[in-house]
Write a protein that binds this ligand. Structure first.
Ligand SMILES: Cc1cc2nc3c(=O)[nH]c(=O)nc-3n(C[C@H](O)[C@H](O)[C@H](O)COP(=O)(O)OP(=O)(O)OC[C@H]3O[C@@H](n4cnc5c(N)ncnc54)[C@H](O)[C@@H]3O)c2cc1C
Length: 281
C-alpha cells in the first residue's frame, strides 16, 4: 500500500481470520466499474462496520485454490505466505465494502465495486481488475477484514471527503454510515460522467462529481488521475469550525490534499489519508 496515516484512526475488525466466500454474480455497472457480489461460505462470520471498511481480497491463481492463502492477518502468516511458489501463491489486493446486505435471496451478500483499469489484452490491467472482468458464479475468494479508518472526532460535525474512482465505493459506504446532522462537501473524481452513482447520506453534505472525460479509465493517462480532485480540494476554503477531512485515491492526490489541509492549519489528527494505488509515470 502507498502512503497513509490510517493506522492512527483504525478501528479493528471483529475477526482477522481468513473468510472463504464465493462469487454470487458479476455485473458491469458503468463504463469503468464492475460490481462483484460475494457470499456463501463463511459470509455469516463477516461483521459489517460501515464507513470505509476495507479488506484484503485473496484471489487464487489460474484455477488454483486458497490452500496457500494466509489464514489470518499477522506477520508470521504473511511471511509464511511469501515463501509459497509464485506459481501457486494467491494474489492479494485491497478493496472496500461497497454495500452489505444481511438478507440477500440466498443469505448475506457483500458488494465489491472494482475499477476496470488498464487492458487485459496489452497487459496493463492487474490481476484484480482482470478478475472483475472474468470471474464466474461459484469462484472462490478469500477475505481478510481490515476494519475501518474513517473516524469522526468527538463533537465534529463538518467533513471534507476527497476521492478518485478507487475511493468511490468507500465514500458511498461512508456517506450511508454518517449521522444525519453531519454537513460538508464530498469531491469525487471519476473517469467518465456515466460512472456517477446514486448517493445517499446526510442532506447537508454537498457532492461534486469531477468527470475526466475518459482519461485514465483504460490505462491511458493514469498519471493524470487525481489532478482534478486535488485542484478542486485545494481551491475549497478550509472550514473555520472544527472539521474532519478524508482523502483517498491515487497517491499524489491523497498526499497532496493532506499536505494542503495541514499547511492550512488543520490538526493532523483530524485528517485521514491513504494512497489507494500509485500511478506509474
Ligand atoms: C484501503 C484500500 C481500499 C481500496 N478500495 C478499492 C475499491 O473498493 N475499488 C477499487 O477499484 N480499488 C480499490 N483500491 C485500489 C486497488 O487496491 C488498486 O487499484 C489495486 O492496485 C488494483 O489491483 P490490480 O491487480 O487491478 O492492479 P495492480 O496489479 O495492483 O497494478 C497493475 C498496474 O495498474 C496500475 N493501477 C492500479 N490501480 C489502478 C487504477 N485504479 N487506475 C489506473 N491504473 C491503476 C498500477 O499502477 C500498475 O501499474 C483500494 C485500495 C486500498 C489501499
Amino acid at each position: 500500500m502507498a502512503r497513509t496515516n490510517m493506522r492512527t484512526t483504525r478501528t479493528e475488525p471483529a475477526t482477522g481470520e481468513l473468510l472463504t466466500l464465493h462469487v454470487l454474480r458479476r455485473a458491469r455497472i458503468s463504463p469503468n466499474f464492475a460490481r462483484v457480489t460475494l457470499g456463501g461460505g463463511d459470509i455469516a462470520r463477516f461483521v459489517p462496520m460501515g464507513y470505509d471498511q476495507w479488506f484484503r481480497l485473496v484471489l487464487p491463481v489460474a484455477g488454483g485454490t486458497l490452500e496457500a492463502a494466509p489464514k489470518k492477518l499477522d506477520t508470521l502468516s504473511y511471511l509464511r505466505f511469501l515463501t509459497v511458489s509464485s506459481a501457486t501463491r494467491p494474489v492479494i489486493r485491497n478493496y472496500s465494502v461497497r454495500a452489505f446486505r444481511p438478507d440477500g435471496p440466498g443469505g448475506p451478500e457483500l458488494d465489491v465495486d472494482v475499477v476496470l483499469h488498464g487492458s487485459p489484452e496489452d497487459g496493463t490491467a492487474g490481476p484484480a481488475s482482470t478478475w472483475a472482468r472474468t470471474c464466474e458464479e461459484g469462484d472462490p475468494v478469500g477475505l481478510l477484514d481490515e476494519g475501518t479508518t474513517f473516524r469522526l472526532p468527538e463533537g465534529v460535525r463538518r467533513i471534507l471527503l476527497v476521492a478518485d474512482e478507487t475511493g468511490l465505493p468507500a465514500l458511498v459506504n461512508t456517506l450511508a454510515s454518517l449521522p444525519g446532522d453531519v454537513v460538508g462537501h464530498a469531491l469525487v473524481e471519476i473517469p467518465d460522467e456515466a460512472d456517477r452513482q446514486e448517493l445517499g447520506g446526510p442532506a447537508g453534505v454537498e457532492v461534486t462529481w469531477l468527470p475526466r472525460g475518459g482519461v485514465g479509465g483504460d490505462g491511458r493517462g493514469a498519471g493524470a488521475v487525481g489532478a482534478l480532485a486535488r485542484q478542486a480540494a485545494c481551491a475549497l476554503p478550509l472550514p473555520e469550525e472544527p472539521a474532519y477531512c478524508w482523502a483517498v485515491g491515487e497517491q499524489a492526490l491523497a498526499t497532496g490534499v493532506r499536505r494542503h489541509w495541514v499547511a492550512g492549519g488543520l490538526p493532523k489528527t483530524h485528517v485521514t489519508f491513504c494512497g489507494y494505488w500509485r500511478a506509474r509515470h
